[in-house]
Write a protein that binds this ligand. Structure first.
Ligand SMILES: [Zn+2]
Length: 201
């Protein structure tokens, strides 16, 4: 079984929700990845590391302010726990009331000047399938959304339409407005995870 090593952080204002959010992301991510021989290896084993940071960050991730905030959060995580075994930092915070998940420093997204890609997640706007952390880890492994190059991957299009239930898409809502979770990953995507800097085993 290969492992995807992650270190979990939360900022002070989302502390009351952090355990529940991370428990869901780990449970769902592991259930999704297990058939392919991958699991999250989580540090710390229980809970997450607190960061002394109070304000929501700007949802304009490519603005000068948004980039500065993301880099400051990444530096705060490093100061709190410097990983010497290539763990992927996952920082739970508030992203301007929308947000969802992000992977600063990954291809085509926010510049990660000086850092390997990492994950930022908004505590309150994650997708209903609990796979946001897995999706963002995918970006950090070099995976792209469905779409046209250079920022999209055509292998995730079928007759020009997005394969919505692939892990690197967003799921979809059916005609009854019921969310259809992501449940598909391709062999070459598993291979990307196996070559990620935070993979081991
Ligand atoms: Zn994405």
């Amino acid at each position: 079984m290969g492992v995807l090593k992650v270190t979990l952080f939360h900022v002070n204002p989302v502390a009351p929700w952090a355990n529940q959010v991370f428990a869901t992301q780990i449970l769902k991510g592991n259930a999704f990845l297990r058939p392919y021989g991958l699991q999250f290896d989580v540090y710390p084993k229980v809970g997450s590391l607190d960061l002394d940071w109070s304000a929501p960050i700007s949802s304009a991730s490519r603005s000068a302010e948004g980039i500065a905030q993301r880099l400051a959060l990444r530096a705060a995580a490093h100061a709190r726990y410097a990983s010497f075994d290539n763990r992927l930092p996952v920082i739970l915070c508030q992203v301007g009331g929308q947000g969802g998940g992000e992977a600063p420093g990954s291809l085509g997204l926010t510049p990660g000047i000086g850092w390997l890609p990492w994950v930022i997640m908004d505590a309150f706007t994650l997708m209903p399938d609990g796979l946001s952390m897995t999706h963002e880890a995918g970006h950090c492994a070099g995976l792209l959304h469905p779409g046209d190059p250079p920022n999209g991957d055509r292998r995730l299009l079928e007759n020009g339409a997005v394969v919505t239930n692939n892990i690197m898409a967003y799921g979809s809502y059916d005609l009854n407005n019921t969310y259809q979770p992501r449940n598909l990953i391709e062999d070459w995507q598993i291979e990307a995870f196996r070559h990620a800097y935070f993979h081991s085993g």
